[in-house]
Design a protein around this ligand. Structure first.
Ligand code: PLP
Length: 486
């Protein structure tokens, strides 16, 4: 494709993308294809000679469109939002044009320096404590995903923990052996409702994982007391907790862990690295009314949130902040001669390869910069507030039909978790409304008068079945897409 063909193709592609966005509200949100739909639509191998763009573009409609789930559709209410905006897309376009796996500052100084500046902007926008800004010992880096951020900080936490324990010991085989033994006893912690990426990160980092209970009566939030109990249990088994994920907005219910309680416990265990995972809900911190939530973050070690979830930036843009960037670079920096540069040696530049798992990296700061400039602080705030208001409206509508719905949690940020009220149960206290004729078994009187564990289990089973049926019917229509937590 030469430049003039590119011009023509790009115009045609952008026209099609604009039309796609214009017609999104009228498209069914869910794809109805069956598994394996795509292979029969394509030849058995790539073409022998190159094809013209119009032929390639035509296959977007024929091959790709039928198998798309439209995450940008206003009818998409499943999982979590995955923002896409025109400024974000333009950032991706330029990033592709300037493609440079800019692992060291020298590889493309603008890639590194824009990232440092926009991440400082974003930290200020969220009201993060100053310790996460690059002017001190901290700073931010763009990762591909929250999961990637978590595994990265977990490795840094592991190395910091082990290094501290053996700081005084002379280098050599004995130290290596002892450090190996210590690594085998390490445990990563997270609330039972922390995202599964914490457990996955522990698998990758080669440590154990223990969930901290966060039951319904604490609103599914991990408390300091529960954390302390789990730490003590681990220690009594000869294990060493070295890392904790605290969550701002858990995946299932958007619960917020008890940061104050956690900060208090951590005073007694200063070697445990606390990471705050705010993958989805962190975006709400752009509104001052949520910024009190960051009050204790200066006592923690790292924080991440995904601009690509709820802050108008195309995937991928997960912002990770570290209080002491040295902890990250000590664990991840390995510099063979071919990666050395005179600038790196001066220590005056940032080489982001030392802040992440891969070597190469994309120019992701561009799209964040474009989004921040196109929407401004006010635009981002009104985007979040509008979603929160829609969540509140949805919740208030549910409350008008207590005969049909039970609100399980929320509204929290823009998430409300609901169940369908099963037939045969009254609205108050989940007491069964069955009559003797309905349920003529000898234990019936006790069953009616007592809200026993048995009754609760039956209620739950009935409620799950009713909720599942409604959920399947809604998603089956293809018109709306919801996520089930059953
Ligand atoms: N953390 C939380 C709280 C999440 O809700 C999610 C996704 O649902 C993740 C982490 C994983 O995000 P990513 O896809 O960026 O790895």
């Amino acid at each position: 494709m030469n430049a003039s063909q590119f011009r023509e193709a790009a115009h045609a592609a952008i026209e099609e993308i604009i039309q796609y966005y214009e017609t999104l509200p009228s498209r069914p949100v869910l794809s109805t294809v069956t598994p394996g739909y795509l292979r029969p639509l394509l030849p058995s191998g790539p073409p022998q000679t190159g094809e013209a763009w119009p032929a390639i573009q035509a296959d977007i409609e024929r091959v790709i469109m039928p198998g798309l789930t439209h995450w940008q559709s206003p009818k998409f209410m499943a999982f979590y939002p995955a923002s896409s905006t025109f400024p974000g897309m333009l950032g991706e376009l330029y990033s592709a044009a300037f493609t440079a796996p800019a692992f060291n500052w020298l590889c493309s100084p603008a890639v590194t320096e824009l990232e440092t500046v926009v991440l400082d902007w974003v930290a200020q926008l969220l009201g993060l404590p100053e310790c996460y800004l690059s002017k001190g010992e901290g700073g931010g880096v763009i990762q591909g995903s929250a999961s990637e951020a978590i595994v990265t900080v977990m490795v840094a936490a592991r190395e910091r923990f082990v290094m501290r324990r053996f700081a005084e010991m002379e280098e050599g085989e004995e130290k290596e052996r002892k450090m190996g033994e210590m690594r085998a006893r390490l445990v990563a912690l997270g609330s039972e409702h922390a995202h599964s990426s914490t457990q996955k990160a522990a698998n990758i980092a080669g440590t154990r994982h223990r969930p901290v209970p966060a039951p319904k009566d604490t609103g599914f939030s991990m408390t300091g007391a529960a954390l302390r109990k789990t730490i003590k249990e681990c220690k009594s088994q000869g294990l060493e907790p070295f890392y904790l994920t605290a969550t701002l907005g858990t995946t299932a219910t958007c619960a917020i862990d008890d940061f104050e309680g956690i900060a208090e416990v951590i005073k007694d265990y200063p070697d445990i690295w606390v990471h705050v995972d705010a993958a989805y809900a962190g975006a709400a911190l752009v509104c001052p009314e949520y910024q009190h939530l960051t009050k204790h973050f200066d006592k923690f070690d790292s924080f991440n949130f995904n601009m690509h979830k709820w802050l108008l930036t195309n995937f991928d843009a997960s912002c990770l902040y570290i209080k002491h960037r040295k902890s990250l670079t000590s664990a991840l920096s390995i510099t063979p001669s071919y990666l050395r540069t005179p600038f790196s040696d001066t220590g005056l530049v940032t080489d982001y390869r030392d802040w992440q798992i891969p070597l190469g990296r994309r120019f992701r700061a561009l799209k964040i910069w474009f989004v921040l400039r196109s929407y401004g602080i006010e635009g981002l705030q009104s985007h979040i507030r509008r979603h929160v208001q829609l969540g509140e409206l949805f919740h208030s509508l549910l409350l008008t039909r207590p005969d049909l719905f039970v609100v399980l949690t929320g509204p929290a940020f823009a998430l409300t978790v609901l169940a369908v009220r099963p037939k045969g149960w009254t609205k108050d206290g989940r007491r069964p409304s069955v009559t003797r004729a309905d349920r003529p078994d000898p234990a019936h009187e006790a069953y009616l008068n007592d809200f026993t564990a048995d009754a609760e289990a039956r209620y739950k089973a009935d409620s799950n079945a009713a909720t599942q049926a409604v959920y399947e019917r809604v998603n089956g229509s293809g018109e709306l897409f919801l996520t089930s937590g059953i």
